[in-house]
Design a protein around this ligand. Structure first.
Ligand SMILES: Cc1cc2nc3c(=O)[nH]c(=O)nc-3n(C[C@H](O)[C@H](O)[C@H](O)COP(=O)(O)O)c2cc1C
Length: 135
């Protein structure tokens, strides 16, 4: 099976609330378990960064659904590559919320992000949390 990982960023719909976020997370975990997809979803209150990994077909299929989802916009693929093994084998979709003023986010994420994650993706994650830490 050819495995791939894809990272994208997007902008949450303006009125997206806690219940919407919980619903997204629940759907993601449920469907990803069925589709053999694992990964990480980062939300900073207005933007998403998601890393999804799994069989090539499954990831491509998910990306098509994500592009159509009106709960976010400005969908932009930031990294896409084939991998030998998963970085998040145990997470059908881990949600990490980063809130403004949460200055330890960088440290926390450094321990959460497996070393196998591509340096460019780590950098993206840190930029997202770093900007908030400075705010
Ligand atoms: C930020 C965000 C992340 C999402 N992550 C996933 C995911 O990891 N897996 C998934 O199946 N659906 C995810 N969804 C939901 C999909 O966009 C889609 O609604 C869902 O897969 C059901 O697809 P369908 O309505 O076409 O059947 C996410 C949606 C948003 C807005």
């Amino acid at each position: 099976m050819r495995l791939k990982t894809l990272t994208y960023t997007s902008r949450a719909r303006l009125d997206l609330g806690d219940e919407d976020l919980a619903a997204i997370h629940q759907t993601a975990r449920h469907l990803n378990a069925l589709d053999g997809i694992s990964g990480l979803l980062l939300f900073d209150g207005s933007r998403f960064l998601q890393i999804v990994e799994g069989a090539e077909d499954a990831v491509d299929n998910l990306v098509e659904r994500l592009r159509m989802d009106s709960r976010h916009s400005a969908f932009e693929v930031r990294d896409e590559r084939q991998v030998e093994r998963r970085s998040f084998p145990d997470w059908s979709m881990e949600l990490v919320r980063v809130s403004a003023g949460y200055c330890n986010a960088r440290d926390e994420l450094a321990t959460i992000l497996p070393s196998a994650v591509a340096p460019s993706v780590r950098e993206l994650v840190f930029r997202m949390t770093g900007r908030l830490a400075e705010a």
